[in-house]
Design a protein around this ligand. Structure first.
Ligand code: NOJ
Length: 555
């Protein structure tokens, strides 16, 4: 079924545990979401994507699911979820669930059954193998989250595969019964009225036959054998058949996939995924993973965005994001704390005026920033502790690793949303499950509402502008001044309209000349993050983290 609504929408991502506590237990929940639906709508988004809401022992905060057809009691129940769903629909917003089917929790009944013996029908729901003898696992794969990718079970004398944490055993998607389960989960939520899914590491679900040894890397050894496995297209097409019965949408998370590979999944009428969450542009200040940090390179970021824009244009559709629950806050990474407000507005503009669907992560719209914790014990994430082991192995001191974790941990994105300047930032009436960033007294929704020049109000203008201008949604993309280390400049064109988006990534003043063919005096300045925006002879000098968007009609 061809639809274009997913191209025109903007999505708001909720990581439920830290969004808003509505029942006073210090944990975000669906009562809190229900209460904030008008706020979410007011940002100018058309959909909500919920990070997992299902029952989970929280070894990976919900990405380890113990029951796919229920809501975690921490967040509410199915009845409350339906209220939220109806409330969102009444306000014209769609709702997407996170579908995590590369793995389950080890506390899922399927896994518990699979432990009962090789003859148990659920045994083959997971990837169990004999070791190589001598207490050696079946291959050399390492998990992304926790040492080796195999966990030994003495009673069965077998190992199970977990490419993430030990408590996240991988499902055996080669088993047709497992695929039937996935389809049944999809139907369960779609029949309830949910509008689609964000599919977690979905391109990992097919593992290479024979599970061969991987190229020895310090982490995730073996990834080349499952990042796009032999049956991936077949399985995704099978799932698509279910989706085709509904007016819904799917975005797939796909680490280590380049823009050309993305086309295999996202191009054409019979595409397997409507969009893909890519990682390339999130690696402009790191190597492969956020933890191996490097200085920010604007050219690296631009190159990544431009590849995806150029390769997909007219063939497939981009998902546009700069924040989610897996990365530190973008202002700390690609922007500036000194120019927090300016850089937050600039980053949103440069990202969301590209061709694709904007995804806004909770708190991003008010310019939330990273938190600084004073000891490793204060962290909560399995990944932070895994990295600690790795860094210590390479001789890093506690102090040095703490610095690294503070800069690169994804927990930076998981602090409670700052609603106002009352105790606990208005997130809860009791001490929250995780630390509130002490800057909540200055950065919070209530204050942002009152200030016409706040980041929040800028997001509203930006998303409204995008929605009202087809050129911002469907226009083509052409980058200018590719070699500039300070400016990111691109144009968009559709019919007789043209946009020019100029963004500075430095506090230095930079001379900007309009590219050939543009006469700034004929353009309308439709968005900017500074009040007065003079132009002299078709050029201007950018101020710190300045962004300007010019619209040209009748070109
Ligand atoms: C990607 C999710 O976004 C992340 O939060 C999770 O830890 C892994 N997949 C494993 O499910």
């Amino acid at each position: 079924m061809e639809n274009s609504w997913y191209k025109e929408m903007a999505v708001y991502q909720i990581w439920p545990r830290s969004f808003k506590d509505g029942n006073g237990d210090g944990i975000g929940d669906l009562y809190g979401v229900l209460d904030k639906l008008d706020y979410i709508k007011s940002i100018g988004v058309d959909a909500i994507w919920f990070s997992p809401l299902y029952p989970s022992p929280n070894a990976d905060y919900g990405y380890d699911i113990a029951d796919y057809k229920n809501i975690s009691p921490e967040y509410g129940d199915l009845e409350l979820f339906k209220k939220v769903l109806d409330g969102a629909h009444e306000r014209g917003m769609r709702v997407f669930m996170d579908l995590v089917v590369n793995h389950t929790s080890d506390e899922h009944p399927w896994f518990k059954e699979s432990l009962k013996g090789k003859d148990n029908p659920y045994h083959d729901y997971y990837i169990w193998r004999k070791g190589k003898g001598d207490k050696k696992p079946p291959n050399n794969w390492l998990s992304t989250f926790e040492g080796g990718a195999w966990e030994y079970n003495e009673e069965l004398d077998e190992y199970y595969l977990h490419v993430f944490a030990k408590k996240q055993p991988d499902l055996n998607m080669d088993n047709p019964k497992v695929r039937e389960e996935v389809k049944s989960i999809m139907r369960f939520w779609l029949d309830m009225g949910v509008d689609g899914f964000r599919e977690d590491v979905i391109t990992f679900i097919s593992k290479a036959e024979g599970l061969p040894d991987g190229f020895p890397l310090p982490v995730a050894t073996g990834i080349e054998h499952y990042k796009k496995g032999p049956h991936i297209h077949e399985y995704l097409r099978e799932f698509r058949e279910v989706l085709n019965d509904y007016d819904c949408f799917v975005v797939g998370e796909s680490p280590m996939t380049g823009s050309k590979d993305a086309l295999e999944f996202t191009a054409g009428e019979d595409r397997e995924l409507d969009m893909m969450i890519s990682f390339d542009h999130m690696q402009a200040d790191c190597i492969m993973t956020d933890t191996i940090a490097t200085p920010f390179s604007l050219r690296k970021m631009k190159k990544a965005f431009t590849h995806w824009q150029e390769d997909l244009y007219g063939k497939a559709w981009n998902a546009l994001y700069i924040e989610n629950h897996d990365h530190p806050r973008i202002i700390n990474r690609y922007g500036s704390l000194k120019y927090r407000v300016e850089s937050a507005k600039m980053l949103a503009t440069m990202c969301y005026l590209q061709c694709g669907t904007p995804f806004v992560y909770q708190g991003q719209e008010i310019g939330m920033t990273n938190i600084t914790l004073s000891s490793i014990d204060q962290f909560r994430d399995v990944v932070t502790f895994n990295n600690e082991r790795l860094f210590k192995k390479f001789g890093f001191s506690d102090k040095k690793y703490l610095e690294i974790a503070n800069r690169t941990s994804r927990e930076n994105a998981r602090t409670p949303v700052q609603w106002d300047n009352s105790q606990y930032a208005g997130f809860s009436t009791v001490e929250p499950w995780f630390y509130v960033n002490p800057n909540y007294t200055e950065i919070n929704v209530a204050d942002a509402e009152k200030d016409p020049n706040s980041i929040l109000n800028y997001y509203r203008k930006l998303l409204k502008f995008r929605k009202e201008h087809k050129v911002a949604i469907y226009g083509d993309y052409k980058e200018h001044y590719k070699n500039s280390r300070s400016l990111y400049v691109y144009e968009r064109n559709l019919d007789s309209q043209r946009l020019l988006v100029v963004s500075s990534f430095t506090e230095k003043h930079v001379q900007f000349e309009a590219p050939e063919g543009f006469d700034l005096s004929k353009g309308e300045l439709v968005l900017s993050n500074y009040r007065m925006c003079p132009v002299t002879k078709n050029s201007f000098v950018t101020r710190p983290y300045e962004t300007r968007v010019y619209l040209f009609d009748e070109v």
